[in-house]
Every structure is written in structure tokens, then in C-alpha cells.
Design a protein around this ligand. Sequence first.
Ligand SMILES: NC(=O)c1ccc[n+]([C@@H]2O[C@H](COP(=O)([O-])OP(=O)(O)OC[C@H]3O[C@@H](n4cnc5c(N)ncnc54)[C@H](OP(=O)(O)O)[C@@H]3O)[C@@H](O)[C@H]2O)c1
Length: 381
Amino acid sequence: MKRTAFVTGATGFLGAFFTVHLLQQGFRVYALVRNASERSLSPVINQINHQLSGPALNLSDNFFCVDGDVRIANCGLSDGDATRIAGEVTDVWHFAAAFEGSGNGDNSVFETNVGGTDNLLNFLLTCQTSVRLNYVSTAYASPVVDGIAWEDLAASESLNRSEKNVYENTKAEAERRVSEFCDKRELEYRIFRPPIVAGESGSGSSLGYTGYQGVFRALYLLKRRLEINIGEDFDNDLRLRVIANPALPVNVVPVDFVVNSMWRLAESVRTANGLFNITSRSAVNLDALFKAASQSLGVFGISLSTKHDFDAEPLTMAERLFRRRMKFQEPYFLTSNQFDSSKFRDHVAESDLPSPACEPEYLARCNKYCLEAMELEFMAT
Ligand SMILES: NC(=O)c1ccc[n+]([C@@H]2O[C@H](COP(=O)([O-])OP(=O)(O)OC[C@H]3O[C@@H](n4cnc5c(N)ncnc54)[C@H](OP(=O)(O)O)[C@@H]3O)[C@@H](O)[C@H]2O)c1
């Protein structure tokens, strides 16, 4: 029987890259898409596949978008789609998540990340018994003890402890629900935790502006704004103070590293019901990330420090704008942990899939790709 995947979040960055991988592996894919009738994912899938230099994919027979929303019971699937998918699906990949506006009391983040996972779990009960669930979480859902983010579930009493955002708490809560629900019903599952994901290693290509790409986009938009406001006198000096620890190590990995790691883990019988921190051994410091971004944008004047005196010199309009855009990312500029990835590495040896090093050349490729995509968007508006 042909393996069939049901994928949530296939319109997003990781989900789209992983969907291409599944199609390359010969899967049939049902992608849950909000407003599917108005959105065609095929060009995105083809474009990613083309960038990865894969042979043409047979989308018409193997790729189907189905309308739905994870916040609705049965993921909002029509009765016909639900019955068809439940009868055919062998593998479920759950990428759908909300980050935007992650702030205290943001219900849509909870509804999507926790409620959406509950709805998906309940849908699994209608599927054939051998279905395997793959839940894509984040390394930031790891419980932290003594500065180490461990490859374990967070204890229930420590949930809702993240001071950074609702997102981290909801991802940890969803992990716990996946594990409890599946253990009780003897359903096979795996939980994957990538750190910060950036573009594909070779081409630097990405999709959308989550994670690292979000920071780069905010700097680009700031440059654009200053070009418009200051005009010809703009000298590429952003005069931007960022509250950040320049020496902070940040775990950034290419999307293909995450795709390959998840695939290997998902295909190994020994990893059933496991949880894996798909992190890199090497980290890049924040200063290097901002330097790479400045270079790619042709700007200067970004000062990273935890000791800016905003009382003596209040925030400028540009700084306020940047901080508003960085509301989600800003806490990640101040603290980081070392990630335990021993279980991941027990199954995927360094010699088989080496930890990626986040070199300046790689960051330059990611930035170039992102910049071209943003310039195209800018020209289209
Ligand atoms: N990017 C990273 O650096 C990173 C790092 C670690 C973990 N992750 C995890 O990886 C997963 C994917 O992240 P990403 O960066 O690819 O995010 P993304 O680009 O923002 O994609 C999110 C996806 O979720 C879908 N979605 C959101 N709400 C939905 C709903 N109510 N019903 C159905 N679909 C919904 C979005 O669909 P629409 O197109 O309709 O909005 C989109 O396809 C997430 O679970 C995230 O926690 C990401």
C-alpha cells in the first residue's frame, strides 16, 4: 500500500519543505489548508522542489489540499475528506502552530497550539490503528535545569513557567497531551524539537518570515522606512540600539538538516514514542548574526547591548518600530540554553549527519534569498 501522509501547516516554512520531502519519497500527501479553495500550494511545492534540484514531482496524483482549520473539531475537515483521509492515512505530520502576537492571554495561540493538537489527536482515533503521529514542537519547550534544556517532557507542574511567551508554554503543553493521549491508546508517536530554523544549506531558501528570517525582515523594513523618511540623506546608518547580549550563543540550523533528521528518526522503529532535540553542537553568537544581516543589507550602526540607557537617550521612532516587530524574538536576544541532544544523536550519529556550522557564508546565502523575496514583494505592492 502506498504510504499516505496527512500534513498540517504545509503552507508554512517547515511544513512546506517537509511536504516536498514526503513527495520525493513517494508519499501521497493530504495537506490541511485554511481556505484551500482560494490557495494553490502547488507552485510553492514546485518551487521548493526546483530549488532543491529534485526531479519533477507528480503533484496531480499525489498531492491534495483539503480545507480545514485545526482549531475546529475534526480539524474542520468535511465529512467526505475526513472519511477519505482516515481510511488512507499512514503517517500524520503536525506542523501547524501560531506564534504571532504571542503575549500573555493570547487565546488564538493556545487555541491553535493546544486546542488544535487536541483536535488532531481526536481525529487520529477515527484513522486506521497503525497510523503514526509526528508532532513538530520546539527545542524551547524543553525543561531547563542547570542551564541545560533537556530532551524530556516538561513536568506538568513546571508548565506555564516560560516567561518568554505563550508560544513556548503551549508547545510544551501540546507535547504532554500528545504523549499522554498516545501512550494511553497505544498509538505510535514521535516528538521533534528543532531550535531556530533558517534557510536551506545550499540555496539559503526559506519560506515566510518565522524564526531568524523574522529578524532579518524587521531590519530590512527598518532600512526601507529610513530610506523613505530620510531620502537621499540616508547614509545606511541604522542608529539602532538593540537590547541583546552580543555574546549569546544561538542554535540556528538549516531547514534541510531538520527535514533530514526528522525523516531518519521517523523511519526508525527504535525511535517509537520518543522525543528528540534536533539541535546543533555548534552555535553562532548573536553578534555574528546581526553582523551578517547588516552586511547583506548594506547597513551599519546596530549596537547590541544589555546596558543601553534609554532614560538618558529615549528610543527613537525607528527603535520603537523595530522593538514592536521584535516583541516575540526580543527575549531570545537575552537568554539561551545549552541543548541536550543525546537521544537524537543515539539514533542519528554525527558521522551520518554532522551538526551544521552556522558559517557567515551560509548566513549570507539565507539573507540573499530572503532579501530577493522581500524585494519582489516590495515591488509588487
Ligand atoms: N521556524 C522555526 O524557526 C521553528 C523552530 C522550532 C520549531 N518550529 C515549529 O515548526 C512548526 C512550523 O513552524 P514554521 O516556522 O513553519 O511556521 P509558519 O511558517 O508560521 O507555519 C505555520 C503553519 O501553521 C498553519 N496554521 C496556523 N494556524 C492554523 C490553523 N488554525 N489551522 C490550520 N493550520 C494553521 C499555517 O497556515 P496558514 O498559511 O493558513 O497561516 C502555516 O501553514 C511549528 O509547530 C513550530 O512550532 C519552528
